[in-house]
Design a protein around this ligand. Sequence first.
Ligand SMILES: CC(C)(COP(=O)([O-])OP(=O)([O-])OC[C@H]1O[C@@H](n2cnc3c(N)ncnc32)[C@H](O)[C@@H]1OP(=O)([O-])[O-])[C@@H](O)C(=O)NCCC(=O)NCCSC(=O)C[C@@](C)(O)CC(=O)[O-]
Length: 304
Amino acid sequence: MGRFIQIVEVGPRDGLQNEKAVLTPAVRADFVRRLEAAGAKRIEAASFVHPKYVPQMAGAEEVMAALPPAEGHSRIGLVLNGKGYDRALGTAVDEVNVAMSATDGFGLKNQGLNVDQQVQMLADIMAGRANAEGAPGATPKLTATLSCVWGCPFDGEVSVEQISDLVARIAALGVEEIALADTIGVGDPWSVTKKVEAARKAAPDATLRLHFHDTRNTGLANAYAGVEAGIDILDASAGGIGGCPFAPGATGNIATEDLVYMLERAGFSTGYDLDKLIESARWIGEQIDKPRLSALSRAGGWPK
Ligand SMILES: CC(C)(COP(=O)([O-])OP(=O)([O-])OC[C@H]1O[C@@H](n2cnc3c(N)ncnc32)[C@H](O)[C@@H]1OP(=O)([O-])[O-])[C@@H](O)C(=O)NCCC(=O)NCCSC(=O)C[C@@](C)(O)CC(=O)[O-]
C-alpha cells in the first residue's frame, strides 16, 4: 500500500455554508453518513456560528444529535469564537476546528475580530481547556485553520513572514494541528511549497494540514505541491462545493473525488471507495440542485 494521505472531508460544512439551498440538519447528517460509507474518517460535520449570519449552518446541535458517536469516525465542529466553542462542547463532537484569519480585513468581516483579537480568543479557549483537563468529554481534539494564507479579499497579498509569525503564535498556545487555507483560491504550487516550508520551520512540532479552494483552477496542483512538500493531511469537499459567504468571489474546495482519483492513480492510498464517493457527490449535487459538479462526477472513475 502506498503512502497514506488523510483527507478531511469538509463538504457538510464548507461545502454547504455558501449554497443558496438551505438543507435541514437531517439531510446534512445524511450527507455525513453517506460520506462515511464512502470511506471518510474525519468530517467537518457542523459549524457553531450564528444562524443569523449563516442560516445554512443553523441547527448544528441537531446535526450532531443525529450522528451518534461511531468508532473510527471523527466528526468535527467548526467554531469562530468562545460561544461557538462552548456550544460545540455541548454536543458529541470528536474535534473542534477553530477558524482564524491571517489578515485583519478578513478576520473582521468573517468573525468581527482582528488578528490579535483572534489569537486572544484562541488563547482563552486553550486556557479553558487546560483548566478542564481530565474532565470527561471536556477537551475534544482541537485544531486551528488559518484563512487567507495565500491572499485576502480585503487586504491583498499575504507575506511568508506574516504566516510564519502567526503559525508560531498558534503553535505556542499548544495547538497540535494547524491548517493553512487558501480561502479565495489565489495560491500557486510554488508558493504552496514556500509557505509550507516556512510554517514547518515556525512550528516544527505541529502537524500541518492544507485547505484549498479551487477558484482559479490551481487547487489540485496546489494539493500536489503540498503532498510533495511532505504534507499528509488535506481538506476537500465532495462535489467540489464550498466557499465562504464573507469572502467575496470565493468558490468551492477541491473536490474530494478529484483528489482521491489523482492520489490513488499515483499510488497513494486514501481509504476511500471512489465509486461510492462519486455517488455521494452526485447525491449532494441533486440536493442543492447542481448535479455533477466536479470533473470526476461528470466523467466517473476509472473507465470500466
Ligand atoms: C463569530 C460570530 C458568531 C460572532 O458574532 P458577533 O455578533 O460578533 O458576536 P457577539 O459576541 O457580538 O454576540 C452577539 C450575539 O450573538 C450571539 N452569539 C455570539 N456567538 C455566537 C455563536 N457562535 N453562536 C450563536 N450565537 C452567538 C451572542 O450570544 C449575542 O447574542 P445576544 O446577546 O445579542 O442575544 C459571527 O460573526 C458569525 O457567526 N460569523 C459567521 C462566520 C462564518 O461562519 N464564516 C464562515 C466560516 S469560516 C471559513 O469558511 C473559512 C474556512 C474555515 O473554511 C477556511 C478557509 O477557507 O479560509
